[in-house]
Design a protein around this ligand. Structure first.
Ligand code: SAM
Ligand code: DTB
Ligand code: SF4
Length: 327
């Protein structure tokens, strides 16, 4: 959009300058008194969204376990003894049945996840069929399949995919301490492919993995300063999984989680910020604080991929008590 303030009679209107966030600016947000930070986040939120609308996606793990990658937080890595079996890619009709149920329950988007480094061509064909059929139910579609090779994003776009989830997960500086089997740059490459194919980007991260506040601020900067910020930004609180290297990391202060949501909201004003993994361990009051901090989307349904999520009935009751509207 053009900026009339910069236009002159003899030059075309210049685009609005985009703010590039620095880590010290984001750290200054974190350092604000909590009430001041929440106030700023609400101001930004209300300038771009109806503050009482929350988008709800339901997740399904369409291919569980046996992943080649070594992500230290993940129940599905074949490298750790997590007591989770390796399953095959689900048949399309079972996936469509689950999507239909999710729609009846009130989810607007269905997100299908696979424990892969990346999809093989044959598997991608079946996922494309899932996308076509879920889309035909009238739901938005999202998949998270790992790293994409040339041409794969284009195929998913042609199948009708709306969103691709691929998290940066953590600060580039901390990434190598959590994941060694692929790099932060690999993640950026896939995000480029998704963006170039014209698919909406869903990318965020996990906090509570032993990273510093500076690492958290840097993750937000890396997301906000992408050439176009992600349309959807999941903020996951680590769900500790017995058997993984991060099983015993001390829990994060819940207010630090709220601050991270608020910083993401302020730095990415038009993105949907998603209150993601970790909700089952949160009180209703903490979740309400996350919504006040600018979270306006979440996962809905009693499981995430391999771990639990609040029961849909508990979420419905929370929405009624808070006057929230599912969109
Ligand atoms: N394999 C694909 C990938 O890594 O992108 C897709 C599935 S992977 C499970 C999707 C995301 O789930 C990860 O990027 C991570 O952010 C999140 N996740 C995985 N295990 C988690 C845990 N124990 N706690 C919180 N978030 C987790
Ligand atoms: C995201 O950022 N969080 C979701 C979704 N994208 C795919 C997954 C959370 C997984 C939590 C651990 C599990 O259930 O395995
Ligand atoms: Fe595999 Fe994704 Fe889990 Fe990493 S996060 S081990 S890539 S399923």
């Amino acid at each position: 959009m053009s900026n009339p303030a910069l236009a002159t009679t003899d030059s075309p209107a210049a685009p609005l300058p985009v703010h590039r966030w620095t880590v010290s600016e984001v750290l200054a947000l974190y350092d604000l008194p909590l009430m001041d930070l929440l106030f700023r986040a609400q101001q930004v939120h209300r300038a771009h969204f109806n503050a009482n609308d929350i988008q709800r996606s339901t997740l399904l793990s369409v291919k569980t376990g046996g992943c080649s990658e070594d992500c230290s937080y993940c129940s599905q890595s074949a490298r750790y003894d997590t007591e989770l079996g390796r399953e095959r890619l689900m048949p399309v009709d079972e996936v469509v049945a689950a999507a239909r149920q999710a729609k009846e329950k009130g989810a607007s988007r269905f997100c299908m996840g696979a424990a892969w480094r990346g999809p093989k061509e044959q598997d991608l064909e079946r996922v494309m069929e899932m996308v076509r059929e879920v889309k035909a139910l009238g739901m938005q579609t999202c998949v998270t399949l790992g790293m994409l090779k040339d041409g794969q994003a284009q195929k998913l776009k042609e199948a009708g995919l709306d969103y691709y989830n691929h998290n940066l997960d953590t600060d580039k500086e901390f990434y190598g301490q959590v994941i060694k089997s692929h790099s932060h740059d690999d993640r950026l490459d896939t995000l480029d492919q998704v963006r170039d194919a014209g698919i909406n980007v869903c990318s965020g991260g996990i906090i509570g993995m032993g990273e510093t506040r500076k690492n958290r601020a840097a993750l937000i900067v890396q997301l906000a300063n992408l050439p176009t910020p992600p349309e959807s930004v999941p903020i996951n609180n680590l769900v500790p999984i017995p058997g993984t290297p991060l099983a015993d990391v001390p829990a994060l202060d819940p207010f630090e989680f709220v601050r991270t949501i608020a910083a993401a909201r302020i730095c990415m004003p038009t993105s949907w910020v998603r209150l993601s993994a970790g909700r089952q361990a949160m009180s209703d009051e903490l979740q309400a604080l996350c919504f006040l901090a600018g979270a306006n989307s979440m996962f809905y349904g009693d499981h995430l991929l391999t771990t639990g999520n609040p029961e849909a009935d508990r979420d419905d009751a929370l929405f009624a008590r808070l006057g929230l509207r599912a969109v």
